[in-house]
Design a protein. Sequence first.
Length: 282
Amino acid sequence: MGLNISTKIKLNNGVEMPLFGLGTWELREGETVINAVQWAISNGYRHIDTAYIYGNEKGVGKGLKLSLEEQGLEREEIFVTTKLWINSFEYEKALKAFNKSLNNLGLDYVDLYLLHWPEPTFRQEAWKALESILKEGKTRSIGVSNYYQSHLEELLSGADIIPSVNQIEFTPYLYLKELKDYCDDKGIMLEAYSPLTRGTKLEDAKLLEIAKKYNKSSAQILLRWGIQHNVIQIPKSSQEEHIVENSNIFDFTIFEEDMALMDKFDEGLYMGFWNPTQSRWK
C-alpha cells in the first residue's frame, strides 16, 4: 500500500506518529493559528506541532477543539506535539512548564513532548523530567529538537529512555546524512522543521527543473524528498491553499536518480536561529 496523508510510522516505544503534519512556528496566536489548524484538519492532516515559545498553544488548542467538534473526530485521532523551552530546563520548572502547556492546549495529554534546544546546563536534568512525565502518562512519547550526535551521545549516557524523535532542520540544502544514519542506528525518528527552507530555495533553478518534470510545485518536491528519506515533514502555512498544496505529495514518487541529484544540493543552509554544533550550546 502506498503512502498517504494518514500514513503513520511506529516510534521506538510503539506509539504511531503521522509521517506528515502542520508546523505552527510564527503562526500568530488567535485567528491566524486557529484557522490554520482547522484548515489542516479539515483537509486530512492528523498531526499538529507547536511549542511553548511559539506563543500560540492556546490557539492551537482552540483550533483543535473546534475541529474535533465540527468534524466528529476523537482526540485520539490527532497527534499533538509541544516543546519545553530552555528557561524551564530545571527539573521542577520543567514539570510546571509542561502542565502550563497542557493547560494552554486544553488537553489531558500530548502525544509528543520535546526538549526544544540542547541548552547545556540543565539538559540532562530536563530529560529526567520528561522521563517522569512519560511515566505518568501525560505524554505518549518524548524526544528532543536540534540535537546533534554529540548531544545525543551525552543524553544516552545517562538516559533511562531513548528519545523517540529528534526534530531538526533537514532539507536537500541541509542534508545531514551522518546525523540521520546515527539516529536510524539508535532507533530515533527524524522530523524536519522548516522543510521548505522558509521559501528561500523555492525558486532555485535546479529544483524548479525537477518540479517541472513531475508537474509539481518546488515545495511539493522538497516535501516528497523528505518523505522518501523517511523523515517526518511538518510544513508551516497560514493559507489554506498552501496547506492543501503541501499535502498533495502522495500521488507521485521521485525517481531514484532525481533523489540522488537532490541529495547533492547540500550547501549547509541553516535557516534556524543558529547551527547548534557551532554555537555556545555545544
